[in-house]
Write a protein that binds this ligand. Structure first.
Ligand code: HEC
Length: 288
């Protein structure tokens, strides 16, 4: 039956093809544009592919317009009014898949349990779809974790995190992040004292003299301390300084480990005989 013989359906039928084509064209054009953007971003997709998409899009746009013109836009007969969201209702009905009450007779089972009867409803489609989705998910999951091993299993992830934490910990230990004025201990090994000596040479000599005898700063070799002797007090003085009296705070320039080393070195100077010792300052300190 041609459209002319059936004008009632003409309005509906004629526009289906142009619509299909125009939406196809739109998606082709859109995806080719977004691909062009993606390409400039990371040069991932070959240019010829985008060109084909563009040409296909333009061609389909052309086709859509010819269809529209050929069948004539603006048919006199208006299309029957369908609610714009009617498809949502149909979709919902499909997902639930229930048999309408009028037709329940057809699926009523023979059994009768003291007047309680049973309907032979099918499993609701939404439930089946969920099931299919888990199967599809499972396939991708298996491929990802067990076949191509593109994903990491929990145990692997755990191992890597522990490894990273160990590296981090070693780094922190080396910088002495856990050393502070409460936990510091005096180092006596040659390597640490040597490191302390070098730190002293580069930073402390101008004010304390090359042998710790004192210049602007006090003599560090005698029994007398302004801020207390012993590793904890010395560490504290070096770390926080005495800015008002001209002793700098070193905590921004030396890490805790380095402060520990130089403090230990300072302690090793005790009892040595500097060339030009400054007279004692502060109070005599005796280790508890
Ligand atoms: C700019 C000069 C200057 C520099 C550099 C300097 N100090 Fe001092 N230091 C001082 C002065 C001044 C004092 C005395 C502070 C006071 O009178 O309270 C002092 C005090 C100290 C004390 C405490 C002495 C006491 O009797 O309690 C120690 C320990 C010390 N310095 C260690 C160092 C170390 C280690 C360095 C290098 C990392 C250093 N200082 C670098 C000027 C300096």
């Amino acid at each position: 039956m041609t459209n002319k013989n059936n004008p009632a359906s003409a309005g509906q039928k004629n526009k289906t093809m142009p619509r299909v084509f125009s939406s196809l064209a739109a998606s082709f054009l859109l995806s080719s544009f977004s691909l062009t953007n993606a390409q400039t971003a990371e040069e991932g997709i070959p240019g010829s592919y985008i060109k084909i998409m563009l040409i296909a899009g333009i061609f389909l746009t052309f086709l859509a317009f010819s269809f529209l013109f050929y069948y004539g836009m603006g048919e006199e007969k208006p299309e029957p009014k369908i609610h714009p969201f009617a498809f949502l209702k149909r979709f919902r009905e499909h997902l639930v898949g229930a048999v309408p009450i009028e037709k329940e007779n057809e699926i009523l089972l023979e059994d009768d349990y003291d007047g309680i009867k049973e309907l032979n409803n099918k499993v609701p489609p939404w439930f089946n779809y969920l099931f299919y989705a888990t199967i599809i998910f499972g396939i991708f999951y298996m491929l990802n974790y067990y076949v191509f091993k593109t994903g990491k299993l929990q145990y692997q992830e755990y191992k890597e995190e522990v490894q990273a934490a160990d590296i981090q910990k070693a780094k922190l230990m080396k910088s002495g992040a856990f050393i502070n004025e409460n936990t510091v201990t005096r180092l006596v090994d040659a390597a640490s004292l040597n490191a302390g000596k070098n730190i002293f040479k580069t930073n402390c000599v101008p004010c304390h003299g090359p042998d710790g005898g004192g210049v602007v700063g006090p003599n560090l070799t005698d029994d007398y301390w302004i801020h207390g002797g012993g590793i904890k007090n010395i560490f504290t003085t070096i770390k926080y300084g005495v800015p008002a009296k001209g002793m700098i705070s070193w905590q921004t320039q030396l890490n805790p480990k380095q402060i520990q080393e130089v403090a230990s070195y300072v302690m090793s100077l005790h009892g040595t005989h500097p060339a030009n010792p400054k007279p004692p300052q502060g109070e005599k300190y005796t280790e508890q």
